[in-house]
Design a protein around this ligand. Structure first.
Ligand SMILES: Cc1cc2nc3c(=O)[nH]c(=O)nc-3n(C[C@H](O)[C@H](O)[C@H](O)COP(=O)(O)OP(=O)(O)OC[C@H]3O[C@@H](n4cnc5c(N)ncnc54)[C@H](O)[C@@H]3O)c2cc1C
Length: 357
């Protein structure tokens, strides 16, 4: 059986790996001339690690990343609002995850798919991200929703910082950092603001002003950031979540179906769940497998997208965080990893044992 996967991001590469493990002849078509992942840190929760174990690469990814052992929520002055010790999630550099996923996968780069009808395969998987051409062909009404918030991210080479956490400040601005071991420290900042068109140098100057007076290591991390390392994006999601199969041979995985705001650190984790679920179900009855895939996955990702959006609304509220809001934020945010919400999301198990297990 032949599968063509459109898009060589985390979702597409994981799907190709999973299908190959199930005996499929899988090829990834990637529009970029080279397969490479720019990016910063990614938190991977136990659900994602179980998906990676199913794909046979969990230990390699764990070795490339660093465990997240503790964190919590602080005020910009440094007072703790909630403090948690966690067991299970890791943080990994996106480039490292991408490289491990791509190892041994057949990828044709420089191939942008514009019409799915041109593809000849038993199964076609749209893994082409939030602006998916595959989704646009079948579900043109699904719209990209702008949260009105933007993010900045970077990795700073300081292997000395361990642990991390999130800090909330005035005006719905927040900052998070996580030590990634040999890869340094991953930090992110979120603000309710329009996307900047200024240069990275100018944006860093703005961030130095914005985070002046916040507790350490925040000003130090911003000061140590190279302009070339700064990433700046709007925080978007898909509303509503797209159907995850079309007809008898087309499926969507990852952001193509359910891009979400990053407030729960679950976008890539859900793409990995999709990939493993689809691979586990895919057999000679492709149409039946796709029906089941859509039924299982759409309900779950709709919940995660919605919860992520809600966390963003609470955390990005422009007024001062009231006591009630802080309690809600601490309960909902990923830094409150012991909360039932985070535990429920991370409790996912693959639908079948790993191939060969
Ligand atoms: C600020 C921020 C922080 C985040 N933090 C986390 C986190 O901590 N943890 C987490 O789990 N998730 C996080 N995410 C979400 C995560 O990055 C995404 O959910 C994930 O990368 C989606 O992977 P994907 O493979 O579905 O899509 P993408 O990564 O977008 O990959 C799509 C691929 O398809 C290719 N492509 C596009 N169109 C075509 C075409 N027509 N033909 C061929 N190829 C095409 C693209 O070039 C790309 O390689 C974060 C996101 C943001 C914005």
């Amino acid at each position: 059986m032949r599968a063509v996967i459109v898009g060589g991001g985390i979702g597409g590469l994981a799907t190709a790996r999973g299908l190959a493990l199930r005996g499929w002849d899988a090829t990834v078509l990637e529009r970029q001339p080279r397969l490479e992942a720019a990016g910063a840190g990614l938190s991977l929760w136990p659900n994602a690690l179980r998906a990676l174990d199913w794909l046979g690469i969990g230990d390699r990814v764990r070795a490339a990343g660093a465990p997240i052992t503790g964190g919590g929520l602080r005020t910009w002055r440094g007072a703790w609002l909630s403090r948690v010790s966690v067991a299970g999630p890791i943080v990994v550099h996106r480039a490292d995850l991408h490289e491990i996923l791509a190892d041994g996968v057949r990828v044709r780069t420089g191939t942008a798919v514009t019409d799915v009808r041109d593809l000849d395969a038993d199964l076609i998987v749209g893994a082409d991200g939030i602006g998916s051409a595959v989704r646009a062909q079948y579900a043109p009404r699904v719209r990209i929703r702008d949260s009105g918030q933007v993010s900045w991210r970077a990795v700073v080479p300081d292997p000395g910082i361990k642990g991390g956490g999130e800090t909330v400040g005035p005006g719905g601005v927040r900052f998070g950092h996580i030590g990634m071991g040999r890869r340094g420290v991953y930090w992110y900042a979120v603000a309710p603001a329009p996307l900047r068109t200024t240069s990275p140098d100018e944006q860093l100057a703005e961030l130095r002003r914005l985070f002046h007076g916040w507790h350490e290591p925040i000003p130090a991390l911003v000061a140590a950031t190279e302009p070339a390392a700064l990433l700046h994006h709007p925080l978007l999601d898909l509303h509503p979540v797209a159907p995850m199969r079309f007809g008898d041979r087309v499926a969507l995985v990852g952001d193509a179906a359910h891009a979400m705001t990053p407030n729960l650190g679950q976008g890539a984790c859900q793409a990995l769940e999709d990939a493993v679920t689809l691979a586990a179900l895919a057999d000679a009855d492709v149409a039946g497998a796709l029906r089941e895939y859509d039924m299982i996955r759409r309900k779950r990702v709709t919940m995660v997208v919605r919860r992520s959006w809600q966390v963003g609304r609470v955390m990005g509220a422009r007024g001062a965080l009231t006591g009630a809001l802080v309690r809600t934020a601490a309960r909902l945010a990923p830094s409150g990893a012991t909360s039932r919400a985070a535990e429920r999301t991370a409790a996912w198990e693959p639908p079948t044992p790993a191939p060969g297990a």
